[in-house]
Design a protein around this ligand. Structure first.
Ligand code: URA
Length: 208
């Protein structure tokens, strides 16, 4: 499972701004989307393109073209929605597949409550969006759901990941590539990433 830490000055700078306590909802959302754009750039670096001839201002010109029906973007509700605008800025034609899970308080397992996948998902690369890869429970459930639907190529885009979540992903789904702005130190006793960002969902939606 290659982990691509997108080590770019813009990403490091924006992530530094995002870690600032007391940031406004507007700034948190804007920075999350700006980083998501840069992660998308890296995560789509190896997409196949076709050549085609178009009519340019001075006659025929050969241009590159990404195949149709190539991608689906998969935000995990609700925090994943905080990255979707940035990703779709870069790939506006991508279809969006939305998934939502809640945690069963007895079994502690994620239970799906909303799933709406793009058509032809078996022939698309899925880009899962979640700002935080913490314990990885919801991510594992999302990957399994996508694989059960026939999806063969899956990548995950995260703002921040914990080593514990990455280790679990490596064990359970070594075929899934990860694009992340930072791998942080560790999880605290209640599953928050340190130094992390705090509750990303609350910060994106202004619910705290
Ligand atoms: N979800 C968050 O929003 N933050 C964390 O640190 C971990 C999970």
């Amino acid at each position: 499972m290659p982990v691509h830490v997108v080590d770019h000055p813009l990403v490091r700078h924006k992530l530094g701004l995002l870690r600032q306590d007391g940031l406004s909802t507007k700034d948190f959302r804007q920075l999350s989307n700006e980083i998501a754009r840069l992660l998308t750039y890296e995560a789509t670096k190896d997409l196949d393109t076709d050549k085609r001839i178009i009519q340019g201002w001075a006659g025929d010109v050969e241009v590159d073209n990404i195949h149709g029906k190539t991608l689906t973007v998969v935000p995990i509700l609700r925090a994943g929605l905080g990255m979707i605008d940035g990703v779709l800025d870069m790939i506006p034609g991508a279809k969006t597949s939305v998934v939502g899970f809640y945690r069963n308080e007895e079994t502690l397992q994620p239970v799906e409550y909303y799933v709406k996948l793009a058509k032809n998902i078996d022939s698309r690369m899925a880009l899962i969006l979640d700002p935080m890869l913490a314990t990885g429970g919801t991510l594992m459930a999302t990957i399994q759901l996508l694989k059960d639907a026939g999806c063969k190529q899956i990548r995950g885009l995260f703002l921040v990941a914990a080593p514990e979540g990455l280790e679990r992903l490596e064990k359970e789904h070594p075929d899934v590539d990860v694009y992340v702005a930072s791998v942080d130190e560790r999880l605290n006793e209640v599953g928050y990433i340190l130094p992390g960002l705090g509750d990303a969902g609350d910060k994106i939606f202004g619910t705290k």
